[in-house]
Design a binder for this molecule. Structure first.
Ligand SMILES: [Ca+2]
Ligand SMILES: [Ca+2]
Length: 348
């Protein structure tokens, strides 16, 4: 008879069996994984053969469900285990953390409170009586945490020119596309493409919001310019006035012209206002309309002051002024009438 002895390296196991002479193989079952065993074959009290081997880690350990903060581990049951211990270590630490103890018979555990997008190595130890034996390990990375949505193809800044006859212009663009790691985000914008814009620079902003209220923004400008000149309506012709003998200035009235512009933004400036005092001779009066873009239009006319030619009626005017002073307008009309009469008299 031959005798086979099997010792574990840690001295905790010692097995022995006898076999018939001529036997060339024998199987020992239910050994511990990841453990060094030495086998000795003895025949006639002499060692005829020996060998030292280490049992394998058990396979079948896997990460069956991975999220951004948890990993579910499964493994094959170790029949002799009384419990399991699970520990893990992340790529950026040097100390493994004991996570939990799992009772015998279990073959699944959920490791939680992990960091997202991190590489972890999970190790499982089978506790067999008073010994602890590696079952195996698995390395996997946790998923990304929820990421903000992304707005792609944000439109470039856009320019448009106001039409001659409108204070608005329709501007079109291709809206950006919104994507997210979790479904389709909700997209809103301050302006819709194709809507109307007035003169000036307008910021258009798109916002995408995912299911966890993470946002992304994209902005561009719409610059509406104006090249159409403003207009001045009812520009006066030459405005005549008569200067009373002895005066150096005469107050002159006229109807103020009106301004307009396609943009709706226009201001009117002038060198003189109605009621201003003018000396003898021609004095140009200029009205200038300026729109928001700085385009200008001018209206120019003369105030033409001539001397009243009728001394007689001028005296009469002064007499009347003494009794009941005429208004400036009445005085002007009276002088014009006097001059007409005077011209008639001269021409006859
Ligand atoms: Ca997201
Ligand atoms: Ca304009």
């Amino acid at each position: 008879m031959a005798r086979i002895q099997l010792f574990s390296d840690d001295g905790l196991e010692e097995l022995e069996r006898t076999v018939d002479p001529g036997t060339t193989s024998s199987v020992f079952s239910n050994l511990r994984p990841d453990t060094i065993y030495t086998m000795i074959v003895v025949s006639d009290d002499a060692v005829v053969s020996s060998d030292t081997r280490k049992t394998n880690l058990l396979d079948g350990i896997s990460a069956t469900m991975v999220t951004s903060d948890s990993v579910q581990l499964t493994w094959n049951v170790v029949g002799t285990a009384t419990s399991y211990e699970i520990s893990f270590i992340s790529q950026d630490t040097t100390t493994a953390e004991l996570n939990t103890s799992i009772s015998a018979g279990q073959s699944m555990a959920l490791v939680q409170n992990l960091q997202p997008q991190t590489l972890y190595t999970f190790s499982i130890v089978a506790v067999i009586g008073t010994t602890r034996n590696n079952v195996g390990s698995v390395t996997t990375a946790t998923e990304n945490a929820n990421e903000s949505p992304v707005l792609s193809n944000c439109p470039n800044d856009t320019a448009a020119v106001l039409p001659d006859t409108s204070s608005f212009v329709s501007v079109t663009w291709t809206p950006p596309t919104a994507t997210d790691d979790d479904g389709t985000p909700t997209v809103s914008s301050t302006h819709q493409q194709g809507s109307l814009f007035e003169y000036g620079l307008t910021y258009v902003t798109y916002t995408a919001v995912d299911t966890e209220a993470l946002t992304a923004n994209c902005s561009f400008t719409v610059n509406v310019t104006d090249t159409t000149l403003p207009v001045i309506n009812n520009c006066p012709g030459t405005v005549p006035a008569l200067l009373i003998p002895g005066d150096s200035l005469v107050e002159v009235l006229w109807t103020v012209p009106t301004e307009g512009d396609n943009s709706g933004f226009v201001t009117l400036m002038s060198t003189h206002s109605p009621g201003a005092a003018f000396p003898l001779g021609d004095t140009p009066v200029t009205y200038t309309a300026v729109d928001a873009a700085g385009n200008t239009m001018a209206c120019i006319f003369n105030v033409s002051v001539t001397p009243a030619r009728s001394v007689l009626f001028a005296i009469n005017l002064e007499v009347q002024e003494t009794l009941s002073p005429p208004s400036q307008e009445e005085r002007f009309l009276l002088e014009q009438g006097i001059d007409a009469l005077w011209s008639d008299a001269v021409n006859k």
